[in-house]
Write a protein that binds this ligand. Structure first.
Ligand code: ATP
Ligand code: MG
Length: 558
């Protein structure tokens, strides 16, 4: 087989497995718990699982790890499905649920009991932890550890039949109460939970623990390489123990990699849920959220996220990825593909006094200088236009090359204009500026070689399209939200300026934008329509990313 390079360390393991004949195929799975929307960290895992199988001509299953009946929801199942597809991956007909295996898992549990490898324990919460010991001290055997197989089977069946209260007893594996790895000190296998499940309804009142359900679900599905994040490293001996205790052939292999941590954001589903529930953001798909649906609404493309996941790579050591790399990936892509447009975010009216009232003219502006085939478009121009308020200064510093008293600037694609005066209201605020234009400079070129340093964008006022434009910044002011002082919460570090809303004036073409379109608003960044709040008669644009590249610059310096 010809395997496309480069390979990460997990793919190296697989190459070796295929070479030595340990495996003849590659089968991975992405196993989300449907208790929240997936985020960019999950995207890393999705790209790794699906990407690896694709590389080796293998398969990937989508498995909902729905063993916790109380926190799960179909809303999440639907969103996860949608987001994985959107990212560009397909699990064909292999959509599974751990809950599909409840009957089979129950049989496995009975088998463990019959092999003398599991028992029903009646220790209560505090006692369980007390008996378990500590990292430095071995645990003690539960008084129920040596029950007979018959008694255990009977009790377990009665647990299933609903005869016992929640917390009164549980099934645990009989391993080693003195094991240096705490996960091996007779861990829980099944617990009583009188809760209805979103798929199995009230059929069950006992539910399998994750550490038991996961390896067995992997085995049932014929998974060869079970890729997960580092926090499961210490659970691997238990993963292997269950498979061995049940004497299952062709066991899947668990391999861990470092999870993605991204600066200036949070990656914990619990924290993300808190942001949503406390209404600090507009929802799971708020464009500031690191969720896949948030990034999508912000204007990210699937290819930019896959590119990001490729660039960050896979490693065995935890690290923090600079969020500017994510910005870099989408910027690079949009620079090549986005249609250029003119939009004025802080409008200031300019009247061109020597332009006849009512006269309109079309000027040519390029659609994308990065793409030789993109051509030009006609943009309407006339006597009254808007420019950015920051493109005029009454008392400018020395190196200010935009519009100023005695100054001349180029209006992109149109004419040179020269300052004449300002109108002010009673409190001294500028209401509009008066200029004159030079008819000989059409297209923005001067016939006499006259130098003009500044080129500014503009929008013809009478035909301008009104829109709400949202500018986003990092959601948190803290670079590493995983490292906060005692007594503080990440949410104490929310950036109060993470969203700034502008009432903007746009060139007419933008009134016909569709949800798929991506634009570069000249000099202000890349934008797309907001898929949720845009309606008939209300245009809302999101800034996907600024033009300024902090990541590329930092790399160049380093
Ligand atoms: P929970 O605390 O609810 O378990 P979780 O983030 O681990 O949260 P899961 O739904 O269990 O969520 O994760 C599904 C898969 O995605 C797992 O294999 C997990 O290892 C992987 N994953 C989760 N977060 C990250 C991350 N930040 N980087 C890489 N992979 C991740
Ligand atoms: Mg998890």
């Amino acid at each position: 087989m010809n395997i496309p390079e480069p390979l990460n360390f997990i793919q190296e393991i697989i190459v070796n497995d295929l070479k030595t004949g340990k495996r003849t195929k590659v089968h991975t799975r992405f196993p989300p718990e449907p208790n929240g929307y997936i985020h960019i960290g999950h995207a890393k895992s999705i790209c790794l699982n699906f990407g690896t199988a694709l590389k080796f001509g293998g398969k990937t299953n989508l498995r909902f790890d729905d063993t916790n009946p109380t926190k799960e929801d179909v809303e999440y199942v639907d969103s996860i499905r949608d987001d994985v597809h959107w990212l560009g991956f397909d699990w064909e007909n292999r959509e599974y649920y751990a809950s599909d295996y409840y009957d089979k898992l129950y049989e496995f549990a009975e088998e463990l009991i019959k092999k003398g490898k599991a028992y029903v324990c009646e220790l209560k919460g505090d006692e369980v932890s007390e008996y378990r010991g500590t990292l430095t001290e071995p645990g003690r055997p539960s008084p129920w550890r040596n029950r007979s197989v018959e008694e255990n089977l009977d009790l377990f069946r009665r647990m299933r039949a609903g005869e016992f209260e929640e917390g009164s007893c549980f099934l645990r594996a009989k391993i080693d109460m003195a094991h240096p790895n705490m996960n091996m000190r007779d861990p829980a296998v099944y617990r009583i939970k009188k809760a209805s499940h979103h798929r199995t309804g009230n059929k069950w009142c006992i539910y399998p623990m994750y550490d038991f359900a996961h390896p067995l679900s992997d085995w049932i599905e014929g998974i060869t390489h079970s890729i997960c994040t580092l926090e499961f490293e210490a659970h691997r001996p238990l993963y292997d123990w269950f498979l061995e205790a049940l004497e299952l052939p062709d066991r899947p292999q668990q391999i861990e990699f470092a999870r993605l941590n991204l600066s200036y954001t949070v990656m914990s589903k619990r924290k993300l849920l808190e942001l949503v529930q406390s209404k600090r953001v507009m929802g799971w798909d708020d464009p500031r959220m690191p969720t896949v649906c948030g990034l999508r609404r912000r204007g990210y493309t699937p290819s930019s996220i896959r590119e990001f996941c490729e660039r960050i790579g896979i490693s065995k050591a935890d690290s923090m990825v600079d969020i500017n790399l994510l910005y870099f990936c989408i910027r690079e892509e949009l620079n090549k593909s986005a249609q250029r447009a003119m939009a004025v975010l802080d409008p200031l009216k300019v009247v061109i006094d020597n332009w006849e009232e009512g006269r309109e003219e079309e000027v040519d502006v390029e659609n994308n200088p990065e793409n030789p085939n993109a051509g030009n478009r006609k943009v309407i121009f006339g006597r009254e236009i808007y420019i950015e308020a920051s493109d005029f200064m009454e008392n400018p510093p020395k190196k200010y090359f935009r519009l100023k008293p005695d100054g001349e600037v180029r209006l992109k694609g149109a004419y040179f204009i020269k300052y004449v005066g300002v109108d002010k209201d009673a409190s001294g605020n500028i209401t509009q500026i008066h200029c004159t234009y030079d008819p000989a400079t059409k297209g923005g070129d001067s016939p006499d070689g006259r130098k003009v340093k500044g080129t500014i964008h503009w929008v013809y006022a009478p035909k301008a399209v009104d829109a709400e434009v949202r500018l986003f910044d990092n959601l948190f002011t803290l670079e590493n939200t995983g490292d906060i002082p005692e007594g503080k919460d990440p949410l104490d570090y929310l950036n109060p300026n993470s969203m700034i809303v502008k009432q903007a004036k746009l060139e007419p073409m933008l009134g016909k934008a569709t949800l798929e379109d991506r634009y570069q608003f000249m000099r202000s960044g890349y934008f797309c329509l907001d898929s949720r709040d845009t309606q008939e008669g209300r245009l809302v644009f999101n800034r996907t990313v600024e033009l300024k590249d902090s990541w590329g610059k930092a790399q160049a310096k380093a």
